[in-house]
Each structure stands twice: as structure tokens, then as C-alpha cells.
Design a protein around this ligand. Structure first.
Ligand code: ADP
Ligand code: MG
Ligand code: ZN
Length: 607
């Protein structure tokens, strides 16, 4: 508090240095801290920011690995405005995305920081103007360039060479440095050429930043940029205070009772796809007594700003939003992030859930999962609005969403392990502390070999296909389970040899089995026109059906056996029940009627 008082005094008119907190030491600490307060109007550093800034000011090469939203920009923007560092002059930032660069430059200009942007699309006059400044006496503080411009423009190269000769190049910054890795999604041809920076400007320190955490990419970046004894700042992408859960998507009421039961009057976000969905759900939540609003890209700017401001101030508790709700959102006390529809990528999911619990207090991330949600997303991907979408891009998007399905259906591996693996980070399950529903449920799962069952499902689909019968997924599951529905009787499928082949399996297991076969492309749902207007999805053998029909591929499913109904229950072993009770306390059952409340099946768990 004392500190704040002192600095507040200085903020208004006194340009004297602001003393840095005792924890921040070193020759540059006071200048760094002063600028944090005065120029960037921030109170404190996030993890590794000060250390990275200190290292680059000392003239070292620096590598920063930080999750998206972690605050990488400050690591190079702040030292750029400092004068006390070992190297002086212009900070040159190489960045791949034009939109982001424009955005950053604008934000810097708002802070009265002299930043300019040179890209292949910079207008001739503007370009000349910047060049003139670079050769003259009013050099900008930061120069943003695209790697392409650096590669092709001899003007730019001459300009940099000139700065270098005059010792006016403070540092090179390579943002999104993973773009250098040839195997990555974001690979950029021109990033390859950045290795010349070290050869052409041997004395200029380089800072590379990325949010891609695998070792291979990191080694590649360090090697290609020829970083010399770099100061490396890595941090885990794990968010220890977030509780990750995937639960079956049920009615809205279930979600409402979860919110009311656990997060009454607290701030949260519910992500949905589609603006109509957002509006409808927000309305429904209001009808059920929750303080909710909607937010999506199609709203006009005033409405967006109003909604955002109300949510930010706590006047509105719950924002039902598309993923358009993200950029620039920085509310510390978000207690829950719910995904009511399937996210499209794991990294998107990570980022969206990452908006919860920025204050490091416990927060819930709940994904309501239904395999059915995959279908509309796949249709959207396969029928892109943009006619220039390449097949590779479609396939990549499909793979990405399938990875999300896999995450949802994998109920045995710690969710943190699954999430972090998408960033190449290895995670030790013991550090999850039961804060994901897979760790919390550990021991309640069995792995079952269902090769035989898979074969009999395929034989069923094959025989229907041979009889030229079109059946839906639901219908086929009903035949397999031996359900006595009107539709099954009408079509005479109760006389089919495979009728009831899966009658001994639980409903959940049958569902899981069909879903997995769909997931593996062993079965597919094909859209067939039924009359002039309607298409219907019918279940057919998929491209990988032979793996099981003739190839003897084994199939195992990990699932939680159905809880016996009360009354029929076998006696509970006391010690196990006690262990489960502890487990449950940590798991915090979602609903009053959560099956976790009546666990009777005893796991083979060390007690
Ligand atoms: P990254 O590039 O790592 O994805 P950004 O540099 O864009 O992240 O920063 C994300 C957000 O965090 C921005 O809104 C930024 O203003 C904010 N931020 C960065 N550092 C701090 C800090 N020390 N204190 C508060 N907010 C910060
Ligand atoms: Mg960034
Ligand atoms: Zn876990």
C-alpha cells in the first residue's frame, strides 16, 4: 500500500524515477519499473516479464516461452522505451500477422510510444517517410516489420545496415518465433531467412518469443536464429487453479442448477457457437433467474461495448458468447467458463478456459459434451463460406475438432495431460491434485475389450447395406440393443439376426462403442436425399471398416460401469467407500442427482 501511495504521487507530474519493489533488483530495475508504471500504466509484472526485460537490456539473447495472453509483448515493448540498456536505438520487431501488428502499433501510439510499421503493403509515401526518419534524427522507438519485407526489400536491409553501423539497433525481436519450424501449422517461408540476422548483425541481441512449448520447436528456434548463450524463460502452461471437467450435455436446467449451486452471483462465461444460440440461451437463463447477457461478433459496436462494460463491472454476471468474446478481455475474477457447444480446437479451448481464474483463485471449466455436436461443426468445415479454402485447411480443421472429441471421450487420462500435450508440454499427473474429472474419477473406470462387439455392429451395418436399407444411427443402435420401438417393428428389424446382439451392454457402452467406431471412420454417417427437400444422415460402413471386418483389429474402450440402482446395490466395502467420499469431496458433484453421489461399484484402488 505504501508503495502505491508513493507512486501515485509521481504519476501525475513528477518525472522522477519510481522506486522498484525490493524484489526487482539489478542495474535496470528502477528504469524498468518506472516505465511499467508511467508508460504502460501497469502495477506489477507477470511471471518472467521483468527477468526477460532485464536480460535483453543487459545485451543478452533471450528466449521467452509464455502461454498466449501471458504478456509477451511487454517483454520487448518495455525495454524498447528504456534508455539505460547496454544497446541503444531502435527495437526491430518481426511479426507474422498484419492485423496483430496494426493493433499493437495503434496501442503503442495511444501510449505515446513512437512505433512504425513496414510491410509489403505499406504505401509508397509512408514507406519513404519511414526511411527518411531512419536515416535522420527522429528515429522511431519500435519498427515492426514482416519477415517477407525483410527478405525481399533491399531498401530495408540497407536501412538496417545503416542503423547497425551507427550502433543504433537496440535488438531484434522475433515474435511468434515458432513460425520458423518447418513442421508446424504456422510455418512461414520467410521466417527461415531470419538466420541471416545473426550473421549480418553479430552484435545485436535477439529476443525470440513463442507460445509453442515442445522441445523440438524450441531447439529449432534457438538453432536457426543462432542464439548465443540465451537467457531462457520457460513457464508451464498448466493453470493449477482451474478445475477441468467434461460432462454429458443434458438440459439447460442442469447447467442452471450447477451455476446456482456453485457460482451464485459470480462472474462467468458460457461459450456457444452461433449468435442465435447465444441470444436464446441468455434469454433462457434470464428467465431462470440468472443475470445473463449475450455477446457475438454480429452485434453493433455500441451494444458490444455496453455488454462488455456491464460484465466487466459486475453488473452482469454471465456472458453467453461466441468465441468473438476474447480479445482484450482481462477480468481477474471469472469463476467459471462453460463450453455449451463443442470447441473447434484444443488450443482455442485452452485459451477460452484460460480466461477463468486469472486471480489464481479456484475456478471451474466445464465442457458439456455431446457427440451430436460434432456433426454441424463438420458440415460447417466441409462447406466453407470462403471458396478459396484449401483441402489441406479443411482437413486440418477436421483433425483439430476430432482432437477435441478425443479429449472429451477420453475419460481416463488426466485432462491436464491431454490439454498440455497439445502444447508439447509433458505433465505429471500428481500435480493435477484431482482437479480434473478424470483424476477425480480415477479407479472408477474399467477398460473393456469390445473387439467382438465391434465386429457384430459392423456385420449388422453391412447386412443392412446389402439389403439396400437406409437406417439412422439411432435406429441401428436400437436394433443392436434389441429395443422394441415402433420403427424397429415397422421395418421388421426385430426379426433381423443381429437384433438384440448388444442387449447385455449398457446403454452408455453401446453409445460409446458406436461413437468410437464413427470416430475411427469405421462407420460413417452419409447424407442421403430422401425427397426433393430433405437430406437424412444414414449409417454406413466407413473407409476403415475392413480393419475390423477382416483385419482383426482390436478395440478397447475405457468406461465407467453403470451405477447399480439403489436397492439392487451390492454391499459397499467400507474402506473403499471412505476413500471415495474423500475423492468426491474434491470432485464436487455437479448436480444433486450426480451419479457420483451414489458410487457403489468398488474400484481396485489402493486403500
Ligand atoms: P501474448 O503476446 O503473450 O499472447 P499480450 O502481450 O498480447 O500476450 O498480453 C495479453 C494481455 O495481458 C494484454 O491485454 C496486456 O495488456 C496484458 N498484460 C501484459 N502484461 C501485463 C501485466 N504485467 N499486468 C497486467 N496486464 C498485463
Ligand atoms: Mg503475442
Ligand atoms: Zn487430472
Amino acid at each position: 500500500a505504501d508503495m502505491d501511495d508513493v507512486t501515485m504521487d509521481h504519476l501525475d507530474d513528477d518525472p522522477a524515477p519510481v522506486p522498484a519493489p525490493v524484489a526487482l533488483t539489478g542495474p535496470y530495475a528502477s528504469e524498468i519499473f518506472s516505465n511499467l508504471k508511467r508508460v504502460f500504466r501497469l502495477d506489477s509484472f507477470r511471471r518472467n516479464q521483468f527477468e526477460a526485460i532485464d536480460a535483453t537490456m543487459a545485451g543478452r539473447d533471450v528466449f521467452v516461452l509464455m502461454p498466449t495472453g501471458g504478456g509477451k509483448s511487454l517483454c520487448y515493448q518495455l525495454p524498447a522505451v528504456c534508455r539505460g540498456g547496454k544497446t541503444k536505438g531502435v527495437t526491430v520487431v518481426v511479426s507474422p500477422l498484419l492485423a496483430l501488428m496494426h493493433d499493437q502499433v495503434n496501442r503503442l501510439l495511444e501510449k505515446d510510444i513512437d512505433a512504425v510499421l513496414l510491410t509489403s503493403s505499406t504505401a509508397e509515401e509512408e514507406s519513404r517517410n519511414i526511411t527518411a526518419r531512419m536515416y535522420g534524427n527522429s528515429k522511431p522507438t519500435l519498427l515492426y516489420i514482416t519477415p517477407e519485407r525483410l527478405k525481399i526489400s533491399s531498401n530495408l536491409k540497407n536501412m538496417l545496415a545503416n542503423l547497425y553501423r551507427r550502433r543504433e539497433l537496440a535488438r531484434f525481436v522475433i515474435d511468434e518465433a515458432h513460425c520458423i519450424a518447418t513442421w508446424g501449422q504456422d510455418f512461414r517461408e520467410a521466417y527461415q531467412d531470419l538466420h541471416t540476422l545473426r550473421d549480418d548483425f553479430p552484435d545485436v541481441p535477439i529476443m525470440a518469443l513463442t507460445a509453442t512449448a515442445d522441445q523440438k520447436t524450441m531447439d529449432d528456434i534457438l538453432g536457426r536464429l543462432k542464439l548465443r548463450n540465451p537467457a531462457i524463460f520457460k513457464q508451464s502452461f498448466n493453470r493449477p487453479n482451474l478445475n477441468y471437467r467434461v460432462v454429458p450435455k443434458g438440459s439447460v436446467d442442469e447447467m442452471v442448477s450447477f451455476i446456482k449451486g456453485t457460482h451464485q452471483d459470480k462472474t462467468g462465461v458460457i461459450y456457444r457457437t452461433g449468435r442465435d444460440n447465444c441470444e436464446k440461451l441468455a434469454k433462457k437463463l434470464r428467465e431462470k433467474g440468472l443475470n445473463a447477457k449475450h455477446f457475438h461478433a454480429k452485434m453493433d459496436n455500441v451494444d458490444k461495448e455496453t455488454a462488455l462494460a456491464q460484465w466487466q463491472s459486475g453488473e452482469c454476471h454471465i456472458m453467453v458468447a461466441t468465441i468473438a468474446f476474447g480479445m482484450g478481455i482481462d477480468k481477474a475474477d471469472v469463476r467459471f467458463v462453460i463450453h455449451y457447444d463443442l470447441p473447434k480446437t484444443m488450443s482455442g479451448y485452452y485459451q477460452e478456459t484460460g480466461r477463468a481464474g486469472r486471480d489464481d483463485l479456484p475456478a471451474d471449466c466445464v465442457l458439456y459434451y455431446s457427440y451430436k455436436d460434432l456433426r454441424p461443426i463438420l458440415s460447417m468445415i466441409r462447406d466453407p463460406k470462403d471458396p478459396n479454402t484449401t483441402r489441406e485447411s479443411i482437413e486440418r480443421q477436421e483433425q483439430a475438432v476430432r482432437a477435441v472429441v478425443q479429449y472429451c471421450e477420453n475419460e481416463s487420462v488426466c485432462r491436464r495431460i491431454q490439454i498440455l500435450q497439445h502444447f508439447g508440454e509433458k505433465f505429471d499427473k500428481k500435480d493435477c491434485h484431482g482437479l480434473c474429472n478424470n483424476c477425480a474419477n480415477e479407479g472408477l473406470f474399467v477398460t473393456q475389450d469390445v473387439t467382438k462387439e465391434a465386429k457384430s455392429v459392423l456385420a449388422l451395418v453391412q447386412s443392412l447395406e446389402r439389403g439396400r436399407e437406409n437406417v439412422t444411427l439411432d435406429h441401428c443402435r436400437n436394433i443392436y440393443k434389441g429395443a422394441n420401438t415402433a420403427q424397429v417393428r415397422d421395418k421388421g428389424h426385430n426379426n433381423h439376426p443381429a437384433y438384440g446382439a448388444g442387449k447385455d451392454l449398457s446403454k452408455e457402452l453401446v453409445e460409446l462403442l458406436f461413437n468410437r467406431l464413427l470416430y475411427l471412420d469405421v462407420l460413417v454417417e452419409r447424407s442421403i436425399q430422401t425427397n426433393s427437400k430433405w437430406h437424412q444422415q444414414y449409417l454406413k460402413l466407413g473407409p476403415c471398416a475392413d480393419d475390423f471386418l477382416t483385419g482383426n483389429k482390436p478395440l478397447q474402450l475405457s468406461h465407467r460401469p453403470k451405477t447399480p440402482k439403489p436397492g439392487k446395490a451390492k454391499p459397499i466395502k467400507r474402506r473403499v467407500a471412505a476413500a471415495n467420499a474423500q475423492e468426491q469431496e474434491r470432485a464436487q458433484p455437479l448436480y444433486d442427482d450426480d451419479p457420483m453421489d451414489e458410487i457403489e461399484w468398488s474400484p481396485q484402488k489402493p486403500v
